[in-house]
Design a protein around this ligand. Structure first.
Ligand code: DQQ
Length: 500
C-alpha cells in the first residue's frame, strides 16, 4: 500500500513500511555505509521504536538489513530510542536511549563483525539516573567519541528554568560512566518559542564535531577551526528545529561563539546526525518528517523520509555549508539545459522540464532588488484560478541595497489543495556575494531539498493534482547564467522484503 502512494519518495531512503524518524548510528565501517533509523514497522505512527538498519556502498542505493535493536524486557521495554555507533577497539558498539515508561536511560549493545546482530549488555542501563540535584526537562540521545584512552559522552537534556543542555560523562570502557557536568547550558529566556532560532527547553540528538576536518581531541588543523555543537531544539510546546553553535570545545567545556539555524525548513530537517567517512568527509543525515495529519500517515501506511546524505563544510564566514553527496548524481537521467540569458521581467520562461523526481542546478545573477521565482510541481502554466491550481515556489531575492544580502524562501501556500496539510512559509537569510546564487533543488515527490549557496531549506509538499511543470520567472534584473535539469532514477527496484 505504501509503495502505491504517489507522494512516497523514490530516490530518498524510506523505511520498508510503517514509520521512520531519526537517523541513528550513521557510519562508514570497513568500506560499507551504515544507516540505522528509528523505526516502527507495525504502522505509520511512533510507538515501541526499534532500530531499522540499511547498508550501502555508494550512499545512493540501500540494502535493507534485519532490525538491529528491538525493545525487550528491561530498560528498553518501551522503545530503543536514538543513539550512535562507535568502534570500541574493533567491536561495533551502539549507545542508545532505552525507554521504559516515560523515561529514557543510556544503554549499550555490541555487534557482530558484520554489524548485523546485536546483543544488549547485561549492565544496562549503563547510567542509572540523570544527574542528581538538578530538575531536568528530559534526558536522552547520545554523542560518543574517544580521546586517547578516554571515552566521552554527551546526553541531551535541559535544566528547568534555564534551558537546553548536554551532560558530559567520561568512561574507560563505555560501561561505567562518571558524570563530569553540563558541557554548556542554553538560555531559554533569550527569545521565545516562536523564534526560528529559539534554543528550546531541551536539546535532542546533540552532535559535537570539529568543523573542517580533524577529530575531537586531535591536533586542530587549521588551528582556528571551530567546533560545532548541533542540537535539535525541543520544547513540550511546538518547538522542533535544528540549530548549531560554533565555538571551541576543550575537554570539559564548550565556549560558544555563534548560534545558527541548520536548515531553514526547521522541523522538516530534524534530529540530524553526522559522521566522518573514510575519505574524511563530514556527512550528515536528517529526518524529513511529515506535514500531514496522523490519520493521513496511518492511511498512507508509511511516514518519514531520510534526507539525502549531505557533505558538511565550513565557509569563510565560520558557518556551515551543505551539499548533497556527489554520488547522488549517478541517478541523473535525461539532461535538459537552457542557454545563458537575461530573464524578461514578468514573462515566465518555459523550461520544457517537468517531473516530480528531479535534480535542478542553476546559477543566477540578481541585481539589487531583483527576485527569481522557480516554480515546481506546477499543475497549470497560467490562467487557472488559485483554487484550482497548485505550485510550490522557490524565491531568491536580493535586497534593494544590493551588497551580498538576500533571502531564500519556499512558498508552499499554493502547494496543495488539501486543506489539512502543512503549507507554512519557510525562509532564511541568504548570503549572495555580488548577487550570485548557486541553486540546487532536489524534488522527490513529497520531499524537497533546496541548497542555495550551500544554505539548506528542506520541506515536504503534498500536491493533489499530479502537476509537474517547472517554470522560471523574474522581477527586476536577473541573469540566468546556467540551468541544468535531470530526472532522477529510483533507488529501490521491485518490492522490498519487510523481514530481511
Ligand atoms: N526521537 C527519538 C528520541 C529523540 C527524538 C525517539 C528526536 O530519542 O529525542 O524516536 O526526534
Amino acid at each position: 500500500r505504501a509503495d502505491a502512494d504517489p507522494l512516497r519518495p523514490r530516490f530518498h531512503f524510506v523505511s520498508p513500511a510503517g514509520w521512520l524518524n531519526d537517523p541513528n548510528g550513521v557510519s562508514h565501517w570497513n568500506g560499507t555505509y551504515h544507516l540505522f533509523y528509528q523505526y516502527n514497522p507495525e504502522g505509520a505512527f511512533h510507538h515501541r521504536i526499534q532500530w531499522g538498519h540499511a547498508t550501502s556502498t555508494d550512499l545512493v542505493h540501500w540494502t535493507d538489513q534485519p532490525v538491529a535493536l528491538e525493545p525487550s524486557t528491561g530498560p528498553d521495554a518501551d522503545g530503543c530510542w536514538s543513539g550512535v555507533l562507535v568502534n570500541d577497539g574493533g567491536t561495533p558498539t551502539l549507545v542508545y536511549s532505552g525507554r521504559l515508561g516515560e523515561k529514557e536511560l543510556p544503554c549499550v549493545a555490541v555487534g557482530s563483525a558484520d554489524l548485523l546482530s546485536w546483543s544488549k549488555i547485561p549492565q544496562n542501563p549503563v547510567i542509572a539516573a540523570p544527574p542528581a540535584g538538578v530538575e531536568i526537562t528530559a534526558y536522552r540521545d547520545h554523542c560518543v567519541w574517544r580521546e586517547g584512552s578516554i571515552w566521552r559522552q554527551l546526553v541531551g537534556s535541559g535544566i528547568r528554568g534555564r534551558g537546553g543542555t548536554a551532560f558530559l560523562y567520561e568512561s574507560g570502557d563505555l560501561r561505567s560512566w562518571e558524570y563530569v557536568g553540563p558541557l554548556f547550558i542554553g538560555d531559554a529566556s533569550q527569545g521565545d518559542p516562536a523564534d526560528t532560532d529559539w534554543t528550546g527547553t531541551m536539546w535532542e540528538c546533540v552532535d559535537l564535531f570539529r568543523a573542517g576536518g580533524g577529530s575531537l581531541g586531535t591536533v586542530r588543523t587549521p588551528a582556528d577551526a571551530p567546533d560545532v555543537l548541533v542540537f535539535s531544539a525541543w520544547d513540550d510546546g511546538d518547538t522542533r528545529h535544528p540549530l548549531y553553535w560554533t565555538g571551541r570545545y576543550s575537554e570539559n567545556s564548550f565556549e560558544p561563539a555563534g548560534l545558527h539555524r541548520l536548515d531553514y525548513g526547521g522541523r522538516f530537517f530534524y534530529a540530524p546526525q553526522s559522521f566522518r567517512d573514510q575519505s574524511g568527509r563530514r556527512i550528515m543525515f536528517g529526518w524529513l518528517q511529515e506535514g500531514r495529519s496522523n490519520a493521513a500517515m496511518v492511511e498512507a501506511g508509511w511516514s518519514g523520509v531520510m534526507s539525502l546524505p549531505r557533505v558538511t563544510t565550513l565557509a569563510d564566514d565560520g558557518t556551515l555549508r551543505f551539499a548533497p553527496v556527489p554520488e547522488i548524481e549517478k541517478l541523473r537521467r535525461d539532461h535538459v539545459g537552457l542557454p545563458e540569458q537575461e530573464l524578461v521581467p514578468g514573462a515566465p520562461v518555459p523550461t520544457w522540464v517537468s517531473g516530480n523526481q528531479l535534480d535542478l542546478e542553476l546559477d543566477v545573477q540578481l541585481e539589487p532588488g531583483a527576485l527569481l521565482r522557480l516554480g515546481l510541481l506546477g499543475s497549470a502554466d497560467n490562467g487557472a484560478s488559485d483554487s484550482s491550481r497548485e505550485e510550490t515556489v522557490i524565491e531568491l531575492c536580493r535586497t534593494t541595497e544590493g551588497g551580498s544580502q538576500g533571502t531564500l524562501r519556499l512558498d508552499r501556500t499554493q502547494s496543495s489543495l488539501d486543506p489539512t496539510v502543512d503549507v507554512d512559509d519557510k525562509s532564511g537569510p541568504l548570503p549572495m556575494p555580488d548577487g550570485r546564487v548557486h541553486l540546487r533543488v532536489l524534488v522527490d515527490r513529497s520531499a524537497v531539498e533546496i541548497f542555495a549557496n550551500g544554505k539548506p531549506l528542506t520541506a515536504r509538499v503534498y500536491p493533489t493534482l499530479a502537476g509537474e511543470h517547472v517554470s522560471i520567472a523574474a522581477e527586476g534584473t536577473v541573469r540566468l547564467l546556467s540551468f541544468d535539469a535531470w530526472t532522477m532514477a529510483e533507488i529501490f527496484g521491485g518490492a522490498r522484503n519487510l523481514f530481511p
